[in-house]
Design a protein around this ligand. Structure first.
Ligand SMILES: [Mn+2]
Length: 282
């Protein structure tokens, strides 16, 4: 009994939701009622029920924590009035909702990275030069901007593909642009950590000269288990120090939950099949 009890209280990480509240409801129904939940971000967009998804995660209160993904930050920027909506966005219901301000305020107070019990949770990836402690320190810098009085101005300036590599001498928005690009958008980079922010295909069609961020030799976060999402065409990857959980819920794949057990052999999966709402490469 004692063992079973401790297992039910192990935290569970859940992959990208992208507005798929019905799939989340299905999945939560299969998890222990009190298990702490960690979301890897991209709670919203592309899927059919972003408003309901955001309300549902917020209502989970202290049971759930999430990191911010690129779609979540896009929503914040659109809500701030500093970024154009994209044609493929399905964010309208949030922007029109009576609780829009509450939801946006809640969302911009969520972290970009979480480190607990040797699990480092980020939406997309980390640069090879960064240790887990540095990732957390850099995430806190960006979070302070998002939670501060000039958050709209910050979001007006934080987007840009030119910020594709780290230099510790960077300051201000140039520094934070690299941090946001890495933590929320990274898939491929060079051995030196120069990000390719365009390619989104799976491993079979990697652009020349780059590799998945997690395969960079000497990556300084190799001593923790990085838990991430963002890369649906990659699919599920479970290694002793990596759990990539975006299994393409919104694209008609699965929504995946994985137990954050210290022993990799105990990181069991719970998955639900999801209806297809859009095309991953569209
Ligand atoms: Mn993403």
């Amino acid at each position: 009994m004692a063992v079973a009890q401790s297992k039910t209280n192990t935290s569970v990480a859940i992959g990208d939701l992208q507005g798929c509240a019905p799939s989340l409801q299905d999945l939560l129904g299969q998890l222990p009622l009190t298990a702490p939940i960690r979301f890897v971000g991209d709670l919203v967009n592309r899927g059919p029920a972003s408003l309901e998804t955001l309300r549902l995660v917020k209502a989970m209160g202290a049971r759930a924590r999430t990191v911010l993904g690129n779609h979540d930050i896009h929503l914040l920027a659109v809500a701030a009035g500093v970024r154009k909506k994209s044609k493929a966005d399905t964010l309208e219901a949030i922007l029109d909702a009576p609780d829009c301000d509450n939801l946006v305020t809640w969302l911009r107070h969520q972290p970009l990275a979480i480190l607990e019990e040797n699990f480092l949770i980020v939406h997309a990836g980390v640069l090879p030069q960064w240790t887990a402690q540095q990732v957390i320190a850099l995430a806190r810098e960006v979070e302070a901007e998002l939670q501060g009085p000039n958050w709209q101005e910050f979001l007006a300036n934080v987007f840009g593909n030119a910020a594709n590599h780290w230099d510790e001498k960077l300051t201000g928005i140039d520094r934070h642009r690299v941090v946001v690009n890495a933590l929320t958008r990274l898939r491929y980079c060079t051995a030196e950590g120069v990000m390719d922010l365009k390619a989104k295909e799976g491993l079979g069609s990697a652009p020349a000269g780059v590799m998945p961020w997690f395969d960079v030799p000497g990556r300084r976060t190799a001593d923790v288990t990085v838990v991430c999402g963002h890369w649906s065409t990659l699919g599920l990857v479970m290694r002793s120090n990596l759990m990539a959980l975006d299994t393409g819920c919104v694209w008609g794949g699965q929504l995946t939950a994985a137990r954050l057990a210290r022993d990799p052999a105990e990181r069991t999966l719970i998955q639900v099949d999801c209806p297809q709402y859009c095309d991953p490469l569209a």
